[in-house]
Design a protein around this ligand. Structure first.
Ligand code: FKS
Ligand code: ZN
Length: 345
């Protein structure tokens, strides 16, 4: 399987995230991508291609222009305040505040466009986020030109980012950009499957009222797991999108059997949707050894995931999302992709 990658992801390197009243070192760090890259190359998965540049137009298809303008200028505005550390928000317009007027204060803008204080915005964030989208779009282009599948090895991740908000280490929603690129390239229907431990709230909200993009997510129950405020089973879409959103929230600590029951159901719904392509938000924080999650997948389960996805027989773009047991995330991603390749026809 072709891998799209660039080592320029390193320009996004958050120092601290706010966690339980303290600044702690960021879990989402450059080494994550390095380990995935090393594991794939070590297993002979490849070749590795550099991304092409697609510019901002494909991002504007799923993100609000004012949000993208904010991201682009953010570091400049923050530095103009005399700050040298990463930007983290400290005030938010929750219910009963207005979100239709963009404040002039940068600090207020940062809160308007964020939903947590764990997603540091740094000098290189905009460049890395655009690069991540270019990686996803290059993987799409490969699949559109006949590749059975491609892997977008990018960071920062994307599935928590919505049309006009960042959070959960995410700024630009790579999976949504990819799904929209398939639609804009002529696909009538696309499916997005999110297997990261955390609910893909950003992707869900972007496609919530649409019937052309089926979104499904298997994740830790938001009653106890991040991102807490979305991802319940009764969220099935709205308006034209009713029936095109499915969540499989599983209790923290769920067995692998339960996880694969949910995957089986999700795959059956994908087949029913008859999509022209599949986008997989591939987080491997479902790993038994992950430091921030509670599922129990290991090598054999990652192989099974790869096989079951291959059995759908769809042109498939894999996009890296989470996974924090840094040394192991590479092996786990490699298991999925190698098993997919071995089973793909
Ligand atoms: C530990 C608390 C963790 C944030 C969790 C974010 C999860 C991000 C992710 C992504 F794929 F986006 F990276 N709170 N300090 O894994 O879903
Ligand atoms: Zn995650």
């Amino acid at each position: 399987m072709k891998i799209v990658y660039s080592d320029r992801h390193r320009v996004h390197r958050g120092e601290f995230e706010f966690f339980r009243g303290e600044l702690v070192p960021c879990f989402e760090k450059p080494e994550r991508a390095d380990f995935v890259f090393a594991a794939l190359v070590g297993r002979g998965i490849g070749p590795v291609l550099e991304p092409r540049r697609f510019g901002i137009a494909p991002l504007e298809r799923v993100h609000a222009p004012r949000y993208l303008r904010f991201l682009e200028r953010a570091w400049h505005e923050w530095s103009a305040l005399g700050q040298t550390r990463d930007a983290l928000p400290a005030v938010w317009p929750i219910r009963a505040f207005r979100d239709d007027i963009e404040p002039q204060s940068f600090v207020a803008q940062l809160g308007l466009y964020s939903f947590d204080s764990g997603t540091p915005l740094t000098a290189g964030t905009w460049e890395a986020a655009c690069l991540g989208a270019d990686i996803a779009l290059t993987a799409c282009a490969l699949v559109r030109s006949g590749e059975r599948a491609a892997f977008a090895l990018s960071r920062p991740p994307g599935h928590h980012a919505g049309a006009d908000f960042l959070g959960g280490y995410c700024f630009v929603n790579n999976a949504a950009v990819a799904a929209q690129a398939f639609i804009d390239g002529g696909a009538a229907r696309v499916a997005v499957l999110d297997v990261d431990y955390h609910h893909g709230n950003g992707t869900q909200s972007i496609f919530y009222e649409r019937a052309d993009v089926l979104f499904q997510s298997i994740h830790g129950d938001p009653r106890t797991e991040y991102p807490f405020y979305l991802g319940h089973a009764d969220e099935t879409g709205r308006g034209a999108g009713l029936g095109y959103n499915r969540n499989y929230p599983l209790p923290a600590g769920s067995s692998n059997e339960r996880w694969f029951d949910a995957l089986g159901e999700a795959c059956a719904r994908i087949a029913d949707h008859h999509p022209r392509a599949l986008v997989v938000s591939l987080g491997v924080d479902t790993f038994a050894g992950d430091p921030i999650s509670t599922f129990q997948l290991e090598a054999t389960e990652y192989q099974r995931l790869g096989r079951e996805l291959a059995a759908l027989g769809l042109p498939t773009v894999f996009i890296l999302e989470g996974g924090y047991a840094v040394a192991e995330i590479g092996d786990n991603v490699a298991e999925v992709l190698a098993a997919f390749d071995a089973a793909a026809v």
